[in-house]
Design a protein around this ligand. Structure first.
Ligand code: SF4
Length: 122
């Protein structure tokens, strides 16, 4: 694209955006209402997590975000796609968090260790 064409292209995109009703939001200064429709990673209820349930969640998770380590369920939030299989499979033990702001400064901060019901994490 030549410099001359670029001068006209930007105003045309702007006009096209106005016609189509394209808008921006004030996020993060204000909550974005469309965020409610986003898939979000689960949160787990340790009191409802038995070994059998934890094992079945590990098996059904398609992105390998879940793993067992002794008496804990290891949840890698960074690998979770928010598919919702775990919340559908065990609604008493897992529910959608509704949280999508997951930035962290270290990779390990995204890995959660959840003790299984009545069992202490080591
Ligand atoms: S939402 Fe999907 S990807 Fe995330 S932990 Fe559950 S089953 Fe795995």
């Amino acid at each position: 694209m030549t410099v001359q064409k670029e001068r006209f292209a930007l105003p045309l995109w702007f006009v096209r955006g106005l016609r189509r009703g394209v808008v921006t939001t004030r996020y993060p200064a204000r909550p974005d209402p469309s965020a409610r429709a986003l898939p979000t990673p689960p949160v787990f209820r340790p009191h409802a997590l038995t070994r059998d349930i934890a094992n079945s969640l590990v098996v059904i998770c398609p992105s390998r975000a879940l793993a067992r380590d002794g008496d804990t369920l290891v949840f890698d939030v960074g690998a979770c796609t928010g598919c919702g299989r775990c919340t559908q499979h065990a609604p008493d033990a897992a529910r959608s968090s509704g949280v999508f702001e997951l930035a962290a400064t270290t990779r390990t901060a995204l890995v959660k260790r959840i003790p299984l019901a009545g069992e202490v994490s080591r």
